[in-house]
Structures are given as structure tokens and as C-alpha cells.
Design a protein around this ligand. Structure first.
Ligand code: XIL
Length: 378
């Protein structure tokens, strides 16, 4: 549906040489200046190649592992990075800047500086924002994890955090990852490492969604996790939980797969079917953190065959999302290897993004662009 409608508009606009403004991607002043009349340069950009209503996102590098690297904050200091960020993408996700340890560094102090800057950048560039994340077992500040709080106090801390952070950006966040990685790979709730579930019981997850919805009734509220691309024990647990929550009237709107993939393993070929079963429950779906890492060869330079395989994984992940009606948000976890979390977290692996360290486009970039174009043209 979306591609047919868009194709008509695109043809009409092309015939008149009109700038094409669609969906949420309403403003890209840089693109307007760059693209000569009759040029199709705009469609060389991922955001403009995409079908109407389909956003293409990236993580915005900063915080987390970047703090221990020998470069300054990428989002703030890398002009080339910012230029590509604004031009290529129609959605942004703070990589770390909205996580508890960044945004809530002391019990009675929030630090909104970096998150505000990202939301403002997004608005200036006609981009939507995915908020990440509110209830997670990781990247929580020591004051929280090592504090000596009663259950009632902890519950109030979470409620207040969600009301404050979601409330601050109300109306400006398209999708929130309310609950991140609450199940382990066996499909069991994280009842030991997730402080909220351990201390307050599984019902706290529903409360988190309720509080987020109160603070921003317009935001779409998601479960987000890795290793849930396939139909497996972990995604089955989400499938069951979501049905229970929907039956109770809990405001859950989406299920998203992170998609941190590796060419060590086969592509999760049932991704589309897995998204479809959540779609059939009435949920939106999304791909939120796609990267495709590989074992680095001794030379440090991947072969053409490795690049081709990587491009194929990117393309298949995108195609799966495009094929599902309610999958309208597709995000890659950064676009340049320069700032990738992969080499820091997966020893001996890397080259996971669609551009090299010096922003050279890889086959994976072109695979995404061409797949988006084809979908737009229907
Ligand atoms: C990663 C960031 O990319 C790193 O900078 C940080 O040091 C650790 O977290 N799943 C998630 C993301 O939901 O928040 C993680 O991001 C990657 C895995």
C-alpha cells in the first residue's frame, strides 16, 4: 500500500521537478541546497529513498563505550559525522544518552544536556526520535544499584524517572523502548540481574508501560531485545507476555528486534514471519539496532566476499521489515565503523557498519539504498 501511494506522488513530483516532502521527513535544508533541479541526488540518501512513512534510523554515537576511546564525543565534535547523520537518516536513537547512567547520574539530579541536543538536532533535520531506554538491567548508575532502598522507594524512583524523562520529551519521541532485554536467551525473565524485576516482581513491567503512557500518550511503547529475530524461546516469551498484557489493557504498542547480527551465524531467515506474528497481535514492529559484525581477517581488510555477505544480511533484514505492514522503523546501530561498539564488546570482530572508518560507503550501504528505492517504486 505505502509504496503504491508513494510512487504516484514521486512520479508527479519528479515530472514537476518539485522537492519531494513526504511522511515525517519534512525538512532537509542541506539536501535542498545540494540537489540540483532534475537531479536524483536526494534519492541517493537512505531517508529519501525510503517509502512514505517508513523511517530509516541510526544510533547517535556518544556516551557508553565512547567515553573510554581516544576521540571526543562524536555527535558534538565530528562535523563530517553530523553532516551524514542529518542527511542520510529520518530517525535517530541516542546510543547511550538517555540511559539511566547518562541522564540520571545522581538520585536527585538529571543531566538532560546530551539528550536535549539530540532531540533538537532531530527536529532541525526533520527526524523522529526513538527513546532508549527506561527499564533495563544494564548501564544503571551505582547510586541505584548499590543504594539501599526499600521496595516502596525503588518503585517511586522508577515511577518518578519515567514521568520525568518521558514527560520532558512528550510529543517529541516517536517510539520508546520502555523495557529492554527483560528475558534471557532461554526465555526466562531476568529475575536476578534486572534490579526492577528482582526487587519489585514481574508486574513492574506493566507499570513501566502505564507510567510511560501517562507521561506521553502519543509515544509508541515498545519491548526491545536481541536474539529475538527468530521464532525461538526468547521471542516466544515476548509473544506470550504481550498477549497477557494486551488482555489486561496495558499500553504496549510495539515489539522490536535489535538485530545485532554476525556473519558467523546464518541469517535469521524467519525474521519476517516472526515480525508478522507480533503484527497480527496488533503491534507495531521495528528493527532497532542492526549491525552485522564479522571476524576480522589477519590483514584487517575484509574480502569482497565478506562484504557481499554482510550486504546480504543488511538487505535481508531491511526486506523483512519492509514486507510487514506495521514495521515502519528500521534503525542501524551507527553508520560508521569508526564509532562502532562491536570491537569493544566482541573480541576479534568488527567491520559491522555500512561505512568504513573514513565514511566510505560499503556494499551494505548500497544494498540498503537500492532496497529502499525498489520498495518505494513498488
Ligand atoms: C551499547 C552501546 O552501543 C555502547 O556504546 C555501550 O557501551 C553499551 O551499550 N543492546 C542495547 C544497546 O539495547 O543499548 C547496546 O548499546 C547494545 C546492545
Amino acid at each position: 500500500m505505502r509504496s503504491i501511494r508513494f510512487a504516484t506522488v514521486a512520479l508527479a513530483a519528479a515530472a514537476l521537478s518539485l522537492p519531494l516532502v513526504t511522511g515525517v521527513a519534512t525538512a532537509d535544508p542541506a539536501a535542498d541546497q545540494q540537489a540540483a533541479p532534475h537531479s536524483n541526488a536526494r534519492f541517493d540518501r537512505l531517508r529519501w529513498a525510503a517509502p512514505e512513512g517508513f523511517v530509516v534510523g541510526t544510533a547517535v554515537a556518544g556516551g557508553g563505550h565512547h567515553l573510554s576511546q581516544d576521540y571526543p564525543d562524536p555527535f558534538t565534535y565530528d562535523a563530517e559525522y553530523r553532516k551524514i547523520l542529518g542527511r542520510q537518516f529520518s530517525s535517530v536513537s541516542p546510543e547511550n544518552q538517555m540511559k539511566w547512567d547518562s541522564i540520571h547520574p545522581e538520585k536527585d539530579r538529571y543531566d538532560f544536556g546530551q539528550a536535549d541536543a539530540i532531540v533538537e538536532f532531530a527536529e532541525k533535520h526533520g527526524q523522529v526520535v526513538r527513546g532508549h531506554t527506561l527499564l533495563w538491567h544494564s548501564q544503571n548508575p551505582a547510586w541505584l544499584t548499590q543504594g539501599n532502598f526499600s521496595k516502596a522507594e525503588l518503585r517511586e524512583i522508577l515511577r518518578e524517572h519515567i514521568a520525568t524523562v518521558v514527560g520532558r520529551y512528550a510529543g517529541r519521541i516517536q517510539q520508546w523502548d520502555v523495557a529492554n532485554e527483560i528475558f534471557d536467551d532461554q526465555g526466562k525473565l531476568r529475575t536476578t540481574d534486572n534490579i526492577w524485576i528482582r526487587e519489585l516482581g514481574p508486574g513492574i513491567v506493566a507499570d513501566a508501560f502505564r507510567w510511560a503512557h501517562e507521561a506521553d500518550p502519543k509515544a509508541k511503547l515498545f519491548f526491545n531485545d536481541y536474539n529475538v529475530e527468530s521464532v525461538n524461546a526468547k521471542s516466544n516469551s515476548y509473544y506470550t507476555l504481550v498477549q497477557q498484557l494486551l488482555a489486561q489493557g496495558v499500553p504496549v504498542h510495539g515489539f522490536s528486534v535489535q538485530a545485532h547480527l554476525s556473519t558467523r551465524y546464518g541469517f535469521p531467515g524467519d525474521l519476517e514471519n516472526n515480525l508478522r506474528r507480533f503484527d497480527a497481535l496488533g503491534l507495531e514492529t521495528a528493527v532497532t539496532e542492526l549491525d552485522v559484525r564479522m571476524d576480522l581477517p589477519e590483514s584487517g581488510v575484509p574480502t569482497a566476499e565478506m562484504e557481499r555477505k554482510q550486504a546480504d544480511y543488511y538487505q535481508r533484514a531491511l526486506s523483512a521489515c519492509l514486507a510487514v505492514d506495521g514495521c515502519n522503523s528500521f534503525t542501524i546501530w551507527g553508520f560508521t565503523d569508526k564509532y562502532s561498539w562491536v570491537p569493544v564488546f566482541f573480541e576479534g570482530e568488527g567491520f559491522a557498519n555500512v561505512m568504513t572508518d573514513d565514511y566510505t560507503r560499503k556494499p551494505a550501504f548500497y544494498a540498503l539504498r537500492d532496497t529502499l528505492k525498489a520498495a518505494r517504486q513498488g
